[in-house]
Design a protein around this ligand. Sequence first.
Ligand code: ZN
Length: 462
Amino acid sequence: MAKLTFYGGVGTVTGANFLLATDNCKILVDCGLVQGSQQAENLNRSEFAYDPAEVDYLIVTHAHLDHVGRIPKLVKDGFKGQIISTPETKELAELILEDTVRILVSDAQREGILPLYEVKDIAPALALWTTLSYHTKKELKDGVSIYLKDAGHILGSAMVEVSRGDPNKNGQVNKIVFTGDLGNSPSILLKDTEDITDANYILMESVYGDRNHEPKEERTKKLTEVIEDTVKYKRTLIIPAFSLERTQMILYEMNELFENGEIKTRVPVFLDSPLAIKITGVYEKYTEDFNDKARADIKSGDDIFNFPGLKFIVQGGESKMIEKTPNPKIIMAGSGMSTGGRVISHEKYYLDNPDAEILFVGYQAAGTLGRQLQDGAKKVTIYGEEKKVRAKIDSIAGYSSHKDSDHLVEFVGKATESEKLKQVFCVMGEPKSSMFLVQKLRDDLGVDAVYPEFKEEIEIEL
Ligand SMILES: [Zn+2]
């Protein structure tokens, strides 16, 4: 038997943190930052509800901040076990944590408080971190083993299968799968999410548990139209984009549009994000993770994240050069919700310009500048300065990296085929999304799906 406790990512998308304990082995899966509110900030700063020193392993599903953001605190607070992830995730997490700590420290300085952790807290975490490639079994303590499958969500994202022979039932192996976030397969870039075929339990994400995405064909068509209009009306197009995965998706899309002659005019494209540039470098190292189409393009000699006109802006202070470049031009910068990063400076400069357009390619959370603009605000305040919004504001849905409701149900449907599946825990979603998915899994598949509570302990056969 084993005990599963839900220490984060319950009733909310962010802050994933699950503890699986057998008699002699304690495994954490993910240790993410809670994001999006002042309450989140307090949760991040609060003590872990378990003793980090007693945890043997931390397994990391992928490098998004809501899955890795509290790792330096965990280590600072006494964890000295092993951290395990794919090599891709380790490399990306290092970049994400370095970028995050910079923001945490400067925010804390502004507020006159101590940061959640500091630069010096990252190296000790990396020193405990070992890597495990997909499809390789690793034995842990107490008869427990793990195996990573491709989740198809972002580069290096893994589902963690945790298996253990049941000492009471000779030879019988039980398995729980932690999905992490599940990719919106087929992805432009990545391989499809692998199937789960013989799990007894699944602990799964449910971000889009209650809704479906727009058809994918629409997004490329829309992106093409927006770029064509940028050229035709000589605009400045600003695309706020997350540095991890979204930027690489858009670069690959643009690469196709510009190189296949879909868009005939050459437009200067500035990728103004040192983090996104570094992350793109990691993507270029792991092309074996890409789908057949992307690998075939690379094999034919195409540098899929680069095309004529694309300029990488590493140094700060080059915005003057970007501003002086005549229209039409495209600027991509983070953050994706205009909550920080270089995109804000560009928005500040261009928002009152009717020859500019802001194109959102991702979800904009309530309270963010991105959301205000998307909701049609006529004026906004940026760094204490009021700006009129004269630029055109547009959005493309469909670039999500998460499975939608129907595909989450289909994913579990495949896992029921072996008839071993006992229970599904729907987490990492807003309550209404998770609860909707629970009901749908019960109704459509007859699966015992549950919506656990924060800090609830559930006994499982492992
Ligand atoms: Zn994620």
